[in-house]
Ligand binder design. Structure first.
Ligand SMILES: CC(C)(COP(=O)(O)OP(=O)(O)OC[C@H]1O[C@@H](n2cnc3c(N)ncnc32)[C@H](O)[C@@H]1OP(=O)(O)O)[C@@H](O)C(=O)NCCC(=O)NCCSC(=O)/C=C/c1ccc(O)cc1
Length: 381
């Protein structure tokens, strides 16, 4: 099927010898992923995998963002009009793309020279090489939006050192390029002034064996210093608090630490948790914990069940409320339901992890078979 005008104009394609460069191009919306973008990226990635003349794929963003996430406002509109199944189609295609990237047989180089949030992490972190710069701002902000870290985040967050993934996923904390590199979300750090030269060098790669791209990237990478206030210096406190079994225990542990040694980081962390959707916090914690024991495909299948429940809104309607408060009315004052953590009962959390089976025609996410993959194609974190 021919690509539509929106598909073509929102993802720019350049062919440079054996390399394909894909540029996410909705700069005014910070390259938020539209349905058209996802449905263009997926067939392109599949075609490049089949094409022996393609050895490497570069993905980057136009303007000040790599990608600020899925286009939340479009989906919130659909849900408000009772069309949550349209959103489900968006997610199934998006997760499919995440899975293809996580199991991709050729190196994907993602250039993260700006904002990387939510769905933006999903189209980069699963790939082989992730290049951070001094402009990178990474976050998984979903709990502030009534959602949960999806796009395979329960896989990649649960693989971060200690309980850093729980910290990043529950609080929506922002990480800079140095922090992304330190925790493993990025594989390299390259100053933005060197990106043009790096891209030109990568275009000379003649093999899809990742060691060739790796040698080029190693020549450009730097070891940036973590800033003094970096959360990555707090791994001991993060592990002590975010390893707790429940969200309530995590907050109590942080509050105990704060009475002993109050500081700005501790207050900001507690504040972020208290402002987030209680329903989101509880399902996110369980999702990351389950992710620790699952492969990337299993994580995506489980997240798809969860996101369909979120969109159906039969347990909580926090996603529509979060979009209203953050992106539409921008009053930053969501009225969560339930409002208190203790009112989000285990039995309610449990429902998000079940099949949506009473729904006519609803099916679990079916991931495409991935055959004859080289050892380097396994999930990368
Ligand atoms: C911190 C940001 C990234 C930058 O702030 P800023 O520098 O002050 O810039 P603006 O907030 O003015 O953003 C510029 C424009 O981009 C738009 N935008 C900025 N992110 C977006 C965006 N994810 N979407 C749709 N317009 C956006 C934003 O609405 C605005 O549009 P406009 O008011 O018309 O100028 C800020 O935009 C922000 O918090 N964005 C939302 C980040 C976020 O929550 N990302 C989504 C995580 S959840 C996710 O990825 C999955 C979502 C999803 C859920 C269900 C689905 O079915 C499909 C997808």
């Amino acid at each position: 099927m021919a690509a539509s005008h929106a598909q073509v104009s929102e993802v720019l394609v350049e062919e440079k010898s054996s390399v394909r460069i894909l540029t996410l191009s909705r700069p005014k919306q910070l390259n938020a992923l539209s349905f058209q973008m996802i449905s263009r990226l997926l067939p392109l990635f599949l075609a490049y995998e089949e094409d022996p003349s393609v050895k490497l794929v570069i993905i980057k963003g136009q303007g000040r963002a790599f990608c600020a996430g899925g286009d939340v406002s479009a989906v919130a509109r659909d849900i408000a009009q009772g069309k949550w199944r349209l959103g489900a189609t968006f997610f199934s295609d998006e997760y499919m793309l995440n899975y293809v990237m996580a199991t991709y047989s050729k190196p994907q180089v993602s250039i993260l020279n700006g904002i990387v949030m939510g769905g933006g992490a999903g189209v980069s972190v699963h790939g082989r090489f992730r290049i951070a710069t001094e402009n990178t701002v990474f976050a998984m902000p979903e709990t502030a939006l009534g959602l949960f870290p999806d796009v395979g985040a329960s896989y990649f967050l649960s693989r971060l050192p200690g309980f850093f993934g729980e910290y990043v996923g529950l609080t929506g904390a922002r990480l800079d390029g140095a922090e992304m590199l330190a925790c493993g979300l990025a594989t390299h750090f390259v100053p933005s002034t060197r990106l043009t030269a790096l891209e030109a060098d990568l275009c000379r790669v003649g093999s899809s064996d990742p060691t060739f791209a790796s040698t080029i990237l190693d020549a450009y990478t730097q070891r940036p210093h973590l800033k003094l206030q970096s959360a990555y210096h707090r791994l001991d406190v993060i592990d002590r608090c975010f390893s707790r079994k429940t969200v309530e225990e995590i907050i109590s542990a942080l509050e105990r630490e704060a009475t002993q040694e109050p500081d700005d980081w501790m207050s900001a962390t507690i504040r972020a948790l208290k402002k987030a959707s209680p329903a989101s916090l509880k399902i996110s914690l369980r999702s990351i914990r389950e992710g620790r024991l699952q492969g990337v495909g299993q994580c995506l299948i489980r997240e798809y069940r969860m996101v369909c429940h979120v969109m159906k809104g039969e347990i909580s309607k926090d996603f529509v409320e979060g979009c209203r408060a953050i992106l539409i009315d921008k009053d930053k004052n969501p009225k969560w339901e339930p409002w208190r953590l203790e009112d989000m009962k285990d039995s309610m959390v449990e429902q998000y992890f079940k099949r949506v089976d009473e729904e006519e025609g609803w099916e679990d996410l079916k991931l495409p078979p991935r055959k004859n993959l080289p050892a380097s194609a396994i999930a990368k974190l």
